[in-house]
Ligand binder design. Structure first.
Ligand code: F6R
Length: 634
């Protein structure tokens, strides 16, 4: 039975502590069925998905096979989809993905594995799709279908516009979906335009469906799929019509569900300072009134009468939250020397702090806190910016080729060489010229792309008033050896971070990634950071170190969650934009953001933060950068 707090939810949704707990729960459901069927000598038909979401789930299945001796001999699998045009062995083909992540580690019979064929000639696609449907039917239909969800709301590759009864077919990928995949393919241009996917109708015929989703970036689309009316513009919402579907999601992905976003609307709540703040800010935005103008009637008409009874009248609540918001705004992110810091976000002492800004890769920290970095420098703090990974995977071949050609012209010109000879001094140039779009980067090419990002980081750093020696490139090994979504961080990465922390002994650390999808770079580096601080937990300097979390580069930290907002003046914003603009290889590479370049996105997020504060009745700023005090000290 549904809990009172879930009244708005039209799909059974289980919110787990984290992705690992949720994946284990889904794996349990699947392995129980496999065992039951094996006891009856019957097979199980599984519909499987690719992408980052099911990675942990697959690990659990492999573990059940290895440690508990679970056999998959009686399991028949059908994958949801495949890119059209990729060779099976291409590192990003779903056939390759499934073999690497699951099939090669189990005792599945090869003839029981089905993945749509992305290389079938164009005029045979229709027949191939019909055969796929028939094979599912002949196998007895899907017993369990595993799904992830795309940010367009797609399931499989059923993009918005797909009909509820659609079957396996060739589709054109949505632009946002291709953008999301751009990093896997080292550039959007290399992402195939088409795919073969099971239809929504195919999925809905499964006897049971589990959808998993992680990270804040999925929160909005999930809330719509679960709580809004079913619509073709959000294909996952069609799952509402199925009578045996469960969503397993992590906490960050649940944020937009009514029971977490506005819990007071769905039952009694335990009010604390953070929740009161959230409720009052929400009310002011809903009522389109500054906080100080909210009246008792506003509270009661919008479901907050309980809050009013316990902590009211409105006047008291308004003042308390207004002060809270105002105290969070500071032009002194490193603390204001010699000032009373009772109500300031940062301590006044020591006057000059050692501030360490950790950025998963170049550009991330600059986008979210570029103006704060400048301020910290100008206010005399010892700032170090450390890029944890080189970011070379996010450089397109096109940009690398441009740079290599430029370097070749310089050498040729300066040394008076023949063009051909100049080129031979940059061996990567010929490699890049020969490279096909779907080919993986050699170590040489990756190194060259990393150098490009380093040089961009230097230019950006200069604009942010950082000297060369203040910018560090950790080049963490897991990244240099890995691909997006399949990173395997290890102890050498943690050691490198611990080394940095101990060398710098910061008073402040700026970090991000706490709400990201676990396989994303931000989350992987955040995980490493958590490990690193466990190692330094007993160090003296750590006892006096504060950690500030900054927003992901493509989203705004919600106002109620931030305990420090740093105002950005028009001139400072201009400098920040200029700094970000120097990342020319990254202009259109912001993952998942359609048609907006990094500098423009950073500017509009800054403006949005300022507009929100203005609407709440506080001062009118040009832009703001937000931070949250990290409270999970180990
Ligand atoms: C994968 C698939 C897609 C993904 C979705 C989420 O076979 O069909 O629908 O489940 O795009 O992708 P990730 O898990 O990478 O966020």
């Amino acid at each position: 039975m549904k809990a009172e707090s879930q009244v708005y939810e039209k799909i059974n949704t289980v919110v787990c502590e984290d992705a690992s707990e949720a994946s284990a729960a889904v794996a349990r459901e699947v392995t129980v069925l496999i065992r039951e069927r094996a006891a009856e000598n019957r097979s199980v038909v599984l519909g499987l998905a690719t992408g980052s979401t099911p990675l942990l789930f697959y690990k659990h299945l492999i573990q059940a096979h290895r440690k508990e001796g679970l056999s998959f001999k009686h399991v028949i699998t059908f994958n949801l989809d495949e890119y059209y045009g990729l060779e099976r062995e291409h590192p990003e083909s779903y056939w390759r993905f499934m073999h690497d992540q699951l099939f090669d580690h189990l005792d599945l019979a090869p003839e029981n594995i089905h993945v749509p064929n992305g290389r079938v000639p164009r005029d045979e696609v229709f027949a191939h799709c019909q055969n796929y449907e028939k094979s599912i039917k002949d196998a007895g239909g899907l017993d369990i279908q595993i799904l992830g969800i795309g940010r367009t709301g797609h399931i499989g590759f059923n993009e918005p516009g797909s009909s509820q009864d659609s079957l396996t077919r060739m589709v054109t990928l949505d632009r946002l979906t291709r953008k999301d995949a751009a990093r896997d393919f080292q550039g959007e241009n290399a992402v195939p335009r088409n795919a073969i996917t099971m239809g929504i109708g195919t999925i809905l015929k499964a006897k049971q469906i589990f959808l998993m989703a992680w990270g804040q970036s999925k929160a909005e689309v999930l809330a719509k799929a679960i709580e809004a009316e079913p619509t073709a513009t959000l294909p996952a919402s069609f799952l509402q019509v199925h009578d045996n579907v469960t969503f397993y999601i992590d906490q960050a992905a649940s944020f937009e569900l009514t029971r977490f976003k506005r819990p007071w609307l769905v039952g009694p709540v335990k009010w604390d300072r953070a929740l009161i703040r959230k409720a009052v800010i929400w009310l002011a935005i809903e009522r389109q009134k500054p906080v100080l103008k909210l009246r008792d009637e506003d509270y009661s008409e919008f479901g907050l009468s309980e809050l009013l009874t316990d902590y009211g009248p409105a006047y008291d609540l308004n003042i308390a939250i207004f002060n809270d918001l105002q105290h969070a705004i500071t032009g002194w992110p490193g603390g204001k020397p010699d000032a009373d810091d009772t109500h300031r976000p940062e301590r006044a002492t020591p006057k000059q702090k050692r501030s360490l800004v950790l950025s998963p890769e170049p550009l991330i920290a600059e986008m979210s806190m570029g103006a704060t970095i400048r301020r910290l420098v100008s206010q005399g703090h010892q700032v170090t910016m450390a890029h944890m990974c080189s970011g070379n995977l996010a450089v397109s071949d096109r940009d690398a080729l441009h740079a290599a050609e430029f370097a070749c012209s310089v050498i040729t010109e300066e040394r008076g060489l023949e063009t051909k000879e100049g080129g031979s001094r940059i061996p990567v140039l010929s490699e890049l010229r020969k490279k096909s779009p779907y080919e993986e980067d050699s170590a040489n090419v990756r190194n060259f792309k990393g150098l490009l990002r380093r040089s961009e980081a230097m230019t950006t750093g200069r604009t942010l008033s950082l000297e060369q020696k203040q910018i560090l490139h950790l080049d963490l090994p897991f990244y240099e050896k890995g691909r997006y979504r399949r990173f395997k961080p290890g102890t050498e990465d943690v050691e490198s971070l611990v080394g940095l922390l101990r060398a710098k002994q910061p008073h402040q650390i700026y970090m991000t990634g706490h709400l990201s999808d676990p396989s994303s770079l931000d989350a992987v580096t955040y995980g490493l950071f958590q490990h690193a601080i466990t190692e330094v937990a007993k160090d003296d300097w750590w006892q006096d170190c504060w950690v500030w979390l900054y927003s992901p580069s493509d989203a705004l930290m919600p106002c109620h969650e931030s305990q420090m907002s740093v105002p950005v003046s028009p001139d400072e914003l201009h400098e920040k934009v200029k700094a970000i603009y120097s990342y020319y290889t990254q202009r259109s590479q912001v993952p998942g953001v359609d048609n907006q370049e990094a500098w423009d996105l950073a500017r509009s997020l800054g403006h949005k933060a300022a507009e929100e504060i203005d609407a709440l009745g506080l001062a009118e700023y040009e832009a703001l950068e937000r931070f949250q005090l990290w409270n999970e000290k180990v």
